[in-house]
Design a protein around this ligand. Structure first.
Ligand code: FES
Ligand SMILES: [Fe+2]
Length: 464
């Protein structure tokens, strides 16, 4: 458990780190989880990902069987982003989201602990909460009326006398996600009954994340709601791009950069620079950031308000001159963020050919209202659903996906060879880094994906 989570005092952010209480299941989610059936077949993906040679088979974006395997072996065992702690201030506050394709409810229980439940009634399986977010005292299924309290217990069953005498509501509570934790306001959960800790899974990535999350003691809060939009494209196209791909910026975003450049003429020299580093995490995370004294990519109001000397003191020169001024990043598998825009987003998988993007705008809690508003508008203009950069990226992913099912096309390998062998300790940033223009973090992303895809998850323990 991290030392960075704050205690749960009334009005403060909730505590997602409490150990399970006596009597609670710790080894497995409450409710029976299905064992893999004889129908379940796992594919060895070693031949699809040549991380060492920098080659990728397009089947990883298109194959339905691989997609099902991803849900079992990549999403189910991984720490997945759920929400921001600022979305929960009092018992009963809830937010509904997905872990892979599994619908879940994130809520604060009566003891101010964040709990996460599978959003599926134990009776016939309808969602027990169909709202996006809100506050409630219990979750009542609108199909037949079974109701569950904030602790996930089944507390009301219409016509209960019609069930056998040994029917026990205590055995029919909501299935609970066994591990929930937060890192500087970002809440993650995993179905894995025995995961490495969230902090351990982040490793050196946390240093880069702090460039967005740790500007001062007050941390971050959410402004506005959650933008949601659907894109034709495999979720990995977005996740890998945010981990590794600064290479596309000057080409794909040329028109947007032209609009933003002070002279309106020379985007390459005025807004983004080729000098920079790319963090390559062994667990598949990645972050890229230009390093240049003139590098600026933020709303002027925010820039003027920021106390850079204080941040230098707190975070060090390397972070303030690098990831704090610009950049992009992915926490494996499907959580990404843009540190300067304050955009955090998750790429929900919706089949091999479709993703649903959910994006939050976060700001420093210490920001005055007008600065928050400037940041919110700046993020909307650049990386909101109709933002001038977001449009370019979505277009690229859909373009790649739209032809990838062609029989011949699908068999032509993709190139991830830029920066081969360039990873090293650079003496300024933790972990291994590569050049800013490099596929190194992409290769690491797919190596991690390959390893998980080829490793039986906990729910396959008794499978031969
Ligand atoms: S499906 Fe929920 S009460 Fe029947
Ligand atoms: Fe982009």
């Amino acid at each position: 458990m991290t030392s960075t989570t704050r205690p749960a005092t009334p009005g403060s952010e909730p505590d997602a780190t409490d150990p399970p209480r006596r009597g609670e299941a710790t080894s497995a989610p409450r409710g029976a989880l299905r064992r893999p059936s004889a129908m379940t077949r796992n594919l060895d993906v070693s031949g699809l990902v040549d991380a060492e040679g920098g080659l990728l088979d397009r089947a990883v974006f298109t194959d339905d069987q691989l997609y099902r395997q991803e849900l079992r072996r990549v999403f189910a065992p991984s720490w997945l982003f759920l929400a921001h702690t600022d979305q929960f201030h009092k018992p009963g506050d809830f937010f509904t989201t997905y872990m892979g394709e599994d619908p879940v409810i994130v809520t604060m229980d009566k003891n101010r602990k964040l709990r996460v439940y599978l959003n599926s009634c134990r009776h016939r399986g309808a969602r027990v909460c169909r709202a996006d977010m809100g506050a409630t005292r219990n979750f009542t299924c609108t199909y037949h009326g079974w109701a569950y309290d904030l602790e996930g217990k089944l507390v009301s069953v219409p016509n209960q006398e019609g069930y056998p005498a040994d029917f026990s509501p205590g055995q029919w509570g909501l299935v609970e996600v066994p591990h929930v934790d937060s890192y500087r306001g970002l809440v993650f959960g995993t179905w894995n009954p025995e995961p490495v800790s969230l902090r351990e899974s982040l490793g050196d990535m946390a240093w880069y994340m702090d460039a967005m999350l740790d500007h001062d003691d007050e941390g971050t809060v959410v402004v506005g709601g959650v933008h949601k939009w659907v894109l034709a494209g495999n979720w990995k196209l977005a996740a890998e791009q945010f981990a590794t791909d600064w290479y596309h910026v000057n080409m794909s975003h040329a028109s947007a950069l032209m609009v933003m450049s002070p002279s309106g003429k020379k985007p390459k020299d005025e807004i983004v620079h080729r000098t920079g580093r790319q963090y390559v995490d062994p667990n598949g995370h990645g972050a890229g950031f230009p390093v240049h004294p003139k590098n600026r990519f933020d709303a002027r109001t925010v820039h003027d308000w920021a106390d850079y000397p204080a941040m230098r003191e707190r975070l060090g020169e390397a972070r303030v001159e690098g990831p704090l001024t610009n950049g992009h990043a992915t926490v494996f598998p499907n959580f990404s963020y843009l540190p300067v825009n304050g955009s955090v987003r998750i790429w929900h998988p919706k089949g091999p050919d479709k993703m649903e993007v959910w994006a939050w705008t976060i700001v420093d809690k210490s920001m005055p209202e007008e600065v928050r508003e400037a940041q919110r508008l700046y993020n909307l203009r650049t990386f909101g659903p109709s933002g001038i950069f977001e449009q370019d990226d979505g277009e690229n992913w859909s373009e790649v996906q739209s032809i990838a099912h062609g029989f011949i096309t699908n068999g032509v390998a993709l190139n991830y060879q830029m920066g081969m062998g360039s990873e090293r300790e650079d003496g300024r940033h933790p972990g291994q880094t590569s050049e800013l223009y490099s596929d190194a973090a992409g290769r690491s992303f797919y190596a991690r994906w390959r390893d998980l895809m080829n490793t039986p998850a906990w729910h396959e323990a008794d499978q031969k």
